[in-house]
Ligand binder design. Structure first.
Ligand code: FES
Length: 173
């Protein structure tokens, strides 16, 4: 028979305060563990790029005799940071100008505003972006429109009669 003054909630409470405290700690630990297990993949996905090195690769884009001095032409290559399964999306390009017998300049193809591909207008000697009217000078500096920075440049070298561009992941502004 139960004592008369014992309420219903009193009957559900553990009588031993140490046991109650232990169960509280156990419950909190189980909650934290479950939360960590759920959050870990998302956190890993978000911070993993901070610890990856930026790949750089020299890519051949043609032989010396393919480029006339003073001309600016589009060359294609595979993105340095592409994945094995990237397929056609791994293809990218640059605007390559032959300045002299041995000197070349390569400009990134993507506008520094929102990344649209710019085109070279030989008559105007300007790079034009079709998306929001961005215009770049011959040297890649901003002439007009919303682009916040000049067109990035790639290092270029000539090895055994082949023009090579050092491809890398470009900054997104
Ligand atoms: Fe080139 Fe906006 S993406 S001006």
């Amino acid at each position: 028979m139960q004592p008369k003054n014992e309420s219903r909630s009193d009957r559900n409470e553990p009588r031993d305060p140490e046991r109650r405290r232990f169960l509280e700690i156990l419950g909190a630990a189980a909650g934290l563990t479950a939360g960590a297990i759920i959050a870990l993949p998302a956190v890993s996905f978000l911070i993993a790029p901070l610890f990856q090195s930026t790949p750089r690769r020299w890519r051949g884009v043609g032989t010396l005799d393919q480029f006339a001095i003073g001309s600016t032409v589009l060359v294609g290559f595979e993105d340095a940071s592409s994945e094995a399964w990237a397929g056609i999306t791994a293809k990218t390009g640059a605007w390559l100008r032959r300045v002299s017998d041995t000197e070349f300049v390569a400009f990134a193809i993507n506008c520094t505003h929102l990344g649209c591909p710019v085109r070279w207008e030989d008559g105007a000697q300007l790079f034009m972006c079709p998306c929001h009217g961005g215009v770049y000078n011959r040297d890649g500096s901003v002439a007009a429109g919303p682009p916040p920075a000049s067109l990035p440049r790639y290092p270029v070298r000539v090895r055994q009669n082949t023009v090579e561009i050092e491809t890398r992941r470009l900054p997104i502004t």
